[in-house]
Structures are given as C-alpha cells and as structure tokens.
Design a protein around this ligand. Structure first.
Ligand SMILES: Nc1ncnc2c1ncn2[C@@H]1O[C@H](COP(=O)(O)OP(=O)(O)OP(=O)(O)O)[C@@H](O)[C@H]1O
Ligand SMILES: [Mg+2]
Length: 302
C-alpha cells in the first residue's frame, strides 16, 4: 500500500469571525503526519477555534480545510480516526472513572477483552488504576484531566487534538504523557497539542506560533530560533574585551560588550571552537536560546 504523504491537517485561507471579531484571519498551515505539533500563541489568538474547526464543531466562514486528506465537511465520517480532548470538561460526572472509559469505548465499538485490555493499559498510563471506582465528578482537577486524556485515546486515534492537556498535571505525569505522545508520533500518528509551556513546546518536532488568527511562525524549534536570529550564546570574560570584540566582529561574529563581558551569538555549536581559536578567555559560559525569546522577537518584528 502506498504511504499517505498528504498532511494530517491542511488549511488555506481559513477564516472565522464571531460578530465583529475575526478570530481566524486567513490561516495557512500544513501539519504533516507522524509528528508532535505544538500550537502556541497568546490567549485569544485562535488556537482552540482552529482545533474546533478541524473537528467541525464550528464552521469556517471561508477558506479550505482538509483533515486526513478529506474536506472538513466530511470529517464526521472519520471521527473514529480522530481523538479530541477539549479545554473544557467533557466527562460524565456521575459515572465512575471506569464507566466513563467504558462509555467512550462503546461509542467507538470497542468491546470485550480488547476493551478491558485497553482500559487497563490507559488507566495505568494516566495512573488512575487505583481510582477506577471513583465518580468522575469527585476527582481532583489533575485526575479529571488524566481521565479525559485516557478517554480521548481509547479508540487509538491516528490524529490527536489535545487542547491544553497538561494543565494541572504534576511534573512526573507530564513527563509520562509526553513520552506517550512522542511514542504515538513515532508510530506514525499525528499529535496536535496546545500549551502555554515553552518546555513542552521545545519537546515537539514542530511548533506553530499563532497570532491574531494567523500562523506567525512555524518550524522545528531549531528553525524557529534561527528565524528569530537566535543561536547559542557564549559569554566570555577577557583581559582585553574591547580588542577581542573588535577582532571577533571583523571575523564576522556577532559580538557585543556589556560590563566588560563579551557576548557572542553563534549560528551553531560548531562555531564555539572557531571563537576559541581566536581568543583566550579567563572564563566562559554557554547559554542556549529559548523559544520564548524567539517568539517575542518574531512578534515584535512582525
Ligand atoms: N463561540 C464564541 N463566540 C464568541 N467569541 C468566541 C467564541 N469562541 C471563541 N471566541 C473568541 O475568539 C477569540 C479566540 O478564542 P480561542 O479560544 O480560539 O483562543 P485561544 O488561542 O485558544 O486562547 P487560549 O490560549 O486562552 O486558550 C477569543 O477572543 C474568544 O473570546
Ligand atoms: Mg484555547
């Protein structure tokens, strides 16, 4: 069988307004299959609206949207291949943990031993095996979130849409979740995830930064850093900082002096040895750029 190379989600000119407010403003994006893709952006930039458009909980005013190589108008036919975890509560509070999972399994026709095995595996992953008889309505915020994720995964979706799935999750389980998401991508599934946490974004293979209903920047975390002109930085303590800064600049390095310390912004780690071939610092410190800074720069520049 031919491998399907079409994007998991593809939008062209996607536009949506609520009254006077244009929330998606000609959004263009291709999200490839088999990746973890992080949707970032300030509050109100349109991330949730985009995800809701993908599952057709709302209709675009104009533009084109394709999901798993189908027009979004047919997306209901492929709901069994999609898992969506909303930013809001979507479980039955008067069913237990286990009953919620059985209910969601039933919706997708998962039955018998397969159902029991799947529930077992997922409850273990989200660390709720001990609490299977508790009512969903009586769970703590983080436990509720964990159950939501387990219910979203029960039918082994090939496209996962997770709207802030790690809010309220403690660091140990966040790590487990992320390992799980990465293993899903390795198995060829597509995981689209929104978060406000930069350390999570940095774990994704691709990042899309939305601003005012458009994709302001997209790429791997490294590419985003490059687009923003950010690279690893070397701070150098030198006997003659002015002379050395001028020397480095004359060789094409981006070097600045601040308080007697020279900071060189590199294009890659390979340049460290090129810098050290020219000068002999007393002390040296390397710092890695953060995505957060890149987005700030890209926002300011746009
Ligand atoms: N059903 C609706 N009716 C009216 N306005 C809406 C509706 N849904 C969203 N909006 C508005 O659209 C804008 C974008 O909302 P959206 O939920 O997509 O943002 P977001 O990027 O997900 O933000 P956050 O990071 O806070 O989750 C907001 O100003 C929001 O108030
Ligand atoms: Mg949102």
């Amino acid at each position: 069988m031919a491998v399907d190379k079409s994007p998991a989600v593809s939008a062209r000119g996607a536009t949506k307004s609520f009254g006077q407010l244009r929330v998606l403003d000609g959004l263009d994006v291709d999200i490839p299959r088999g990746v973890t893709y992080c949707l970032l952006g300030p509050n109100g930039s349109g991330k949730t609206t985009f995800i809701r458009a993908i599952v057709r909980l709302l209709r675009l005013d104009s533009g084109e949207l394709r999901v798993l190589d189908r027009p979004v108008s047919d997306v209901e036919e492929i709901y069994s291949r999609i898992g969506y975890m909303t930013q809001h509560k979507a479980l039955y509070p008067d069913l237990t943990v286990e009953e919620n999972m059985q209910f969601y399994s039933g919706l997708y026709g998962i039955k018998g031993q397969d159902r029991e095995d799947r529930i077992e595996e997922l409850l273990r992953m989200v660390d709720l095996s001990e609490h299977r008889k508790r009512l969903a309505g009586a769970l703590s915020g983080g436990m509720y979130q964990r159950l939501s994720l387990a219910c979203t995964l029960v039918h082994r979706p090939e496209l996962l849409l997770l709207d802030e799935p790690t809010v309220g999750i403690d660091p140990r389980l966040r790590k487990t979740f992320w390992e799980y998401f990465q293993s899903m991508a390795e198995a060829g599934k597509t995981v689209i995830i929104t978060t406000h946490l930069m350390d999570e974004a940095e774990r994704c293979q691709m990042v899309g930064y939305m601003r005012a209903g458009r994709m302001a920047a997209q790429g791997s975390p490294e590419e985003i850093l490059n687009q923003a002109g950010l690279g690893p930085r070397l701070r150098l303590w030198l006997a003659q900082p002015e002379d050395d800064a001028i020397l480095l600049q004359s060789l094409g390095f981006e070097a600045e002096i601040d308080g007697g310390v020279v900071t060189v912004t590199l294009k890659s780690h390979a340049q460290i040895k090129d810098v050290l071939a020219q000068i002999s610092p007393r002390d040296i410190r390397l710092s890695e750029p953060r995505l957060e800074e890149a987005f700030l720069r890209l926002s300011e520049g746009a």
